[in-house]
Design a protein around this ligand. Structure first.
Ligand code: ATP
Ligand code: MG
Length: 731
């Protein structure tokens, strides 16, 4: 048929074909990495549109990153023709996006039901942390005893589980404290019209659950729901899908059959358990939804046989698996290259040297990726790439809109657009310095809290009632006048001139110009870049009714690293292992594969967490199509500490015939002092040797015996957890 030709269905294997062309029904595609799950999902959408004349309007597709969503749209258009899936935001268009992206869009439409101001703002994890800290201060809580990060973790966790303070009952004294923070924090957010990432999902779920007419509208619309990377959905995301799909008690439109849901996933790639993802959702799906057809794919099309064998072997050390084997018809390929660096600089040089070689062989930089466990590892890699003159891009973590100077400028803009934005108020009231001290700030906070007002209102009140000292009162008044005046001046201007004016008149530009050195220079450039970002900005259709500034501010909060750099530029791809999920590259480096880093220190004592780390290793290895290098360093400077690490147990889990040890042919002088252990000791550079398995990797007895920095890593992990919410928006 024509559908077969257009969709290239003949390229699919038998099982894939079955999944793609099945009659509309509930389906679960459960399969390992690189077996074509995402390909099946996309082909399925194409098939529904082509062969079943399904309108794109009635399709809801959930991806894990914005990048994946854009790619899906692109692939569908190239299969079916330009404009075939409708404009992204147009009424006739398909909804494709991440859970957070889609729920945010939903909230924008239903701000009234959500009891939010029309131009409500999204609080990112940094703002959230700041706000929580302030609230804890106002509640006189000791930060040491009750770390704000932990409170944030608590709040987000509860929201991910769908729980409001009123649903929580606890006799645990510590939890009672966090619960109180949650309550107060939520009141502050509601007052100021702010939503955090977890709130986006929770609130949109609540609207669906409370407004039958809204629910029924969307149920009528979305007849087909498809979800990629399903193993990493959390409770509230699952509930959201379940509610939208209908088909169980409480179906509002009695005559409306439930939607058809197709989920694809891999339990071996569940890597967000620490963030509340529940792999059990895969099981629940089979019981909560009727007549689920389960399809398993076993042929891998991505990696060479060597890489696949190694990855299969590593993951087989996990106990808690649904169980599946992957095979390939592909070529054997090169063995995995293992490099033992003596420190992190050596490691970075090794990686960069190999990428250079790759480039000299005529390959594209963008076909290579460096994956690491912790964001902080990127700095050294970046500087080595810079030194070598290689372009690179970072996904996630270091987003443009996350940079300090950009957040300062955005805070001014936010305040101009909404006086009640406490997070913004706090951020810039004394930036640049205006002589407003901690004492004055504390008074404002106390007043805001006790009188149930926003900081802006409280400031006005305190001045009216002459509670502030003359000097403080003057400074606060100047600040408030500045904001009011900024608003009047910028209102008639086009967006980029608004930004430019605010950056200049607020004193931010002058402040960063005065900052010496490279850093100040970069910040000034970034502020300039913000003006260009405003110039380039075009609001999505569903935000066109909003003032440009408010629309841009939401865009900035939601924007991910995806679009920070020029997507067409040929550049090495850098990212954490977590954000590499779903992607593939011909050449992959996994850096810092060391006990204490990967697996992380804390996970080595907890079997469940260790298994999650191993799944992460599996995800990392299976990103590689042709060449995979694994590196580790004997000593490493990280977070300002000198660390001595053994090679990761995951390395020892790779069959020895799949791996070889790379020795540099040039003589490298090794540091005299320090660590001389490693595997087998005799690591004389200058020869090519085959890696031998029994030379001291000793997986079984190395229960994470690296030198201690556990506490620190524990902290890091927590902070990472929170800002990793960002990946819902796409990294
Ligand atoms: P992951 O679990 O990592 O998300 P996946 O199961 O989603 O992987 P895909 O990304 O869909 O796998 O596919 C992996 C690679 O294999 C892609 O390059 C895809 O184009 C290719 N591929 C999938 N199926 C086939 C096929 N039948 N013939 C040829 N190539 C295929
Ligand atoms: Mg995939």
């Amino acid at each position: 048929s024509s559908a077969t030709a257009v969709l290239k269905l003949n390229e699919l294997n038998e099982r894939q074909y079955e999944a793609v062309t099945a009659p509309p029904q509930n389906m679960l595609v459960l399969a390992g990495a690189g077996s074509g799950k995402t390909k099946v999902l996309i082909s399925r959408i194409g098939y529904l549109i082509q062969a079943h004349q399904t309108s794109p309007f009635s399709i809801l597709a959930v991806t894990f990153t914005n990048k994946a969503a854009a790619e899906m749209r692109h692939r569908l258009e190239s299969l079916l023709g330009q404009g075939s899936v409708g404009s992204q935001y147009g009424a006739g268009g398909m909804w494709i996006g991440t859970f957070h992206g889609l729920a945010h869009r939903f909230l924008r439409t239903h701000f009234r039901e959500a009891k939010l101001p029309e131009s409500f703002q999204v609080l990112d994890s940094d703002d959230q942390h700041r706000l929580i800290r302030r609230i804890m201060k106002s509640l006189n809580l000791d930060e040491k005893r009750y770390p704000p990060k932990q409170a944030m973790w608590y709040i987000n966790g509860k929201k991910d589980d769908g729980l409001r303070p009123k649903h929580i009952d606890t006799f645990d004294p510590t939890e009672q404290v966090f619960l109180q923070v949650y309550t107060t924090y939520q009141e502050a957010c509601d007052r100021a019209g702010l939503v955090d990432f977890a709130e986006i999902l929770l609130r949109s779920h609540e609207i669906l659950a409370t407004y039958p007419e809204v629910l029924s509208h969307y149920r009528k619309r979305f007849r087909h729901i498809l979800v990629d990377e399903f193993q990493d959905t959390n409770k509230i995301q699952y509930a959201w899908i379940r509610l939208l799909a209908g088909g169980h008690a409480g179906n509002v439109a009695e005559d409306l059959p439930p939607a058809h849901v197709m989920i694809v996933g891999d339990d071996d790639q569940s890597i967000y358990g620490w963030r509340g993802a529940q792999v059990e959702n895969i099981h629940s799906f089979q019981t909560d939804f009727s007549d689920v057809e389960v399809i398993r794919l076993e042929q891998n099309y991505r990696s060479t046989a060597n890489i696949l064998k190694a990855a299969n072997e590593v993951i087989s050390n996990n106990t808690d698996r649904l169980g599946k084997e992957l095979w390939t018809e592909g070529k054997e390929g090169d063995p995995i290259g293992l490099y033992a660096a003596f420190n992190e600089l050596d490691e970075a040089r090794f990686i960069v040297g190999n990428i250079k070689k790759w480039q000299q062989e005529g390959e594209a930089l963008s076909e290579s990726a460096i994956l690491y466990r912790n964001n902080a590892q990127s700095r050294v890699l970046e500087s080595a790439l810079n030194e070598a003159g290689l372009r690179y891009r970072i996904y996630g973590g270091l987003r443009f809109f996350d940079r300090q100077e950009i957040k300062d400028a955005l805070a001014y803009l936010r305040l101009v657009s909404n006086r009640d934005d406490d997070a913004a108020f706090e951020r810039v009231i004394n930036t640049p310095a205006r002589g407003i001290g901690e004492k004055t700030l504390q008074m404002l906070r106390d007043a805001a809290r006790s009188q149930n007002m926003t900081m802006w209102q409280a400031a006005g009140r305190l001045m009216d009632e002459k509670h502030l000292s003359g000097r403080a009162s003057n400074s606060v008044k100047n600040f408030m006048d500045l904001i009011v005046q900024l608003e009047t001046t910028v209102e008639p201007l086009p967006l980029h001139e608004q930004a430019d004016h605010v950056i200049q008149s607020s004193g931010l530009m002058a402040m960063y110009q005065a900052e010496k050195g490279e850093k100040g220079q970069t910040r000034v450039e970034n502020l300039e870049e913000l003006v260009s970002a405003c110039k380039d900005y075009e609001p999505d259709e569903n935000m066109q009714e909003m003032p440009m500034l408010a629309a841009f501010l939401s865009h900035a909060s939601l924007e991910s690293g995806d679009s920070q750099a020029d997507a067409y530029e040929d550049a090495v791809q850098l990212m954490t292992l977590h954000s590499a999920k779903g992607l593939e590259f011909p050449l992959v480096f996994m850096a810092g594969v060391e006990e204490g880093m990967f697996p992380s220190q804390q996970s080595s004592d907890a079997p469940e967490r260790l298994e999650e780390e191993r799944r992460l290793a599996y995800v990392g290895m299976t990103r590689a199509k042709e060449r995979l290098f694994i590196t580790h360093a004997e000593t490493r400077r990280l977070y300002g500490q000198e660390l001595y690490h053994r090679p990761s147990r995951f390395i020892a889990e790779i069959p020895k015939e799949c791996i070889y040890e790379v020795k540099l042919s040039t003589q490298v002088s090794r540091p005299q002092s320090g660590y001389s252990g490693g595997y087998g000791g005799k690591s004389s550079y200058g020869e090519q040797s085959t890696y031998s398995q029994n030379s001291g990797y000793s997986a079984s007895n190395s229960s994470g015996s690296s030198t201690g920095h556990g506490g620190y890593q524990g902290e890091r992990n927590k902070s990472k957890s929170s800002n990793n919410f960002g990946s819902g928006f796409g990294q």
